[in-house]
Design a protein around this ligand. Sequence first.
Ligand code: BDR
Ligand code: CA
Length: 317
Amino acid sequence: MKKTSMILDVDTGVDDAFAVLFAARHPEINLLGITCVDGNTNVDQVIENTLKVLDAAGAADIPVARGAVRPLLGKSQYAEYVHGADGMGDLGIAPSSRKVDPRSAVELLRDLIEESSEPVTLVPMAPLTNIALFLRAFPETAKKLHRIVLMGGSASAGNATAAAEFNVWHDPEAAAIVFQSGIPITMYGLDVFMRPGATSEDAAQLRKSPDPAAQFAATLIEAFIERLHVSPITLGDYGAVASAIRPQLFTTEIFDVVVDTSQGPARGQTICDRRAAFLKALEPNDLSDAASVRVTLDLDVEAVEQLWFKTIDKQWL
Ligand code: BDR
Ligand code: CA
């Protein structure tokens, strides 16, 4: 079986947890390591949450490294209103006995990419601060990446603001560096992010499994439904991981994309030039820093959901 060698960058995060559970357990993913960053909550809490998820996944020792404590320029702006005071649904789970890797996030990224015998797919699902720092610290290593599949941005509306998606809005300068890196980028943004979901019925189904990962997933789903008063809740960041290994389930198009780093109301917006070719030729835009990005616009929701449930719960029918 051909495996995808993968590194995740997270701000765990309820939906990051869904993604980590999946990546740690899917047989076609060789999860090399996880880097943590300031985002949904502070980086130390992100580390604690991530180690707990790896425990629940029954994962082997996967290195988890500490990354940036704040965005490149702006201040930290947490999403506790969505993810809870601890950033992961306030489940009251005991701390993990796993230890954080002694290397910094950028050092771990360097070592894992250099040591990998296969090209590595990097899947950031958090503000892009770590990735921008890595690109600046180790550009030659970064060139060895196979590609970046990131959760972030939007070709339509925002969520953190009317214009901007949370991960890009949290650190637009970092996002601009990553988008302009020249590394092939697939953007899994708000155009699809909310669509794969889980319901209370799904949680009840997971509860029937004796597997601790399924039990943990059920607890997360129930807590998220209760917190947000909505069902289904999104599997969120998980979709980016799914698209990295099952691109055939996703519809993408390549657009010129610019990250707005102004201080105006569009700060953090990913401006996607979706105009027809003849219009672009008539009116060339001034998106001088535009990057050519593969943008995800649609997906097979049912198939993507089933992929997650069947990976988390081997008994899922
Ligand atoms: C993104 O913001 C975070 O709250 C989620 O984990 C996801 O990565 C969605 O905008
Ligand atoms: Ca996230």
